[in-house]
Design a protein around this ligand. Structure first.
Ligand code: KIV
Length: 277
């Protein structure tokens, strides 16, 4: 398709070049209409496997499949034209071997049209990151609180309070960056560790629950809009409270249907002679 007349999507090298510059604005997106609404304000969409908890009602991200990520990733690419789009590789789709990661990451890129994939992990994933990047797949890393490791980490508590843990996370971020990741999500870490990770790596860090010390910020859109109300992590700021508004709208609709006020005349197809016979 011709690129004439279309806005240019931000590229992976453009995001990579934002290290230490104007903070990168990132949000999660899972659907075409939401991506379209957010696109003018966002540098980078992460089609996160948080979709499992936010849209599907799973208790963790572990049940998310490659097919789900492909469906949501493709929808976000279709719904946006400016933001760079990164799609999460779900649990079990990349940890086994670099070859498994390549097979699944290339499928995600082919079938969604996204710009890059994201995977969780530190030093143990460096070989895989290098394998993917050297074969044409841009990779975003994800360190600190890694939701796909909830069972080995024993919960969702903030990371890096103990020096030993902080050292492992800094080394992991360094290894992933050295391996060729173009940016790294830093999730759920104390402020000092976010600062250390950000100054230790040459690529932008994108924080979520990781203070303002990162090169950019990401929030789960449904958290930011008050649409996901099961719980509100401390690091979330709600920029709207849409949840109660949805409830109010549904109640008004229900009242109108029960009272036969909906549909009104303006919502009905009327009989009548068509002029063309
Ligand atoms: O799954 C997700 O939403 C994430 C965020 C940290 C962006 O990985």
């Amino acid at each position: 398709m011709s690129a004439a007349g279309r806005k240019k999507r931000k590229s992976v090298p453009e995001i990579r070049a934002r290290k230490g510059g104007e903070p990168i604005v990132s949000l999660t997106a899972y659907s075409a209409p939401m991506a379209s609404l957010l696109d003018p304000h966002t540098d980078l969409f992460i089609v996160g496997d948080s979709v499992g908890m936010v849209l599907y009602g799973f208790e963790s991200t572990l049940g998310v499949t490659l097919e789900m990520m492909i469906g949501h990733g493709a929808a976000v690419v279709r719904g946006s034209e400016c933001a760079c789009v990164v799609v999460d590789l779900p649990f079990g789709s990349y940890q086994e071997t670099p070859a498994q990661a390549f097979r699944n990451a290339s499928k995600v890129m082919k079938l969604t049209g996204c710009d890059a994939v994201k995977l969780e992990g530190g030093e143990e994933m460096a070989e895989t990151v290098a394998f993917l990047v050297s074969r044409g797949i841009p990779v975003m890393g994800h360190v600190g609180l890694q939701p796909q490791s909830v069972n080995t980490l024993g919960g969702y508590r903030a990371r890096g309070r103990e020096r030993d843990e902080a050292t492992v996370i800094i080394a992991g971020a360094g290894a992933i960056a050295e391996a060729g990741a173009f940016s790294i999500v830093v999730e759920g870490v104390v402020e000092t560790l976010a600062r250390e990770v950000t100054s230790a790596v040459a690529v932008p860090t994108i924080g979520i629950g990781a203070s303002a010390e990162c090169d950019g910020q990401v929030l789960v859109t449904e958290d930011m809009l008050g649409l996901f109300t099961d719980f509100k992590p401390k690091f979330v700021r709600r920029y709207a409270e849409l949840g109660p508004k949805v409830g109010k709208a549904a109640a008004a609709y229900a009242r109108d249907v029960r009272a036969r006020r909906f549909p009104g005349p303006e919502n009905c197809f009327r009989e009548g002679l068509r002029k063309d016979g």
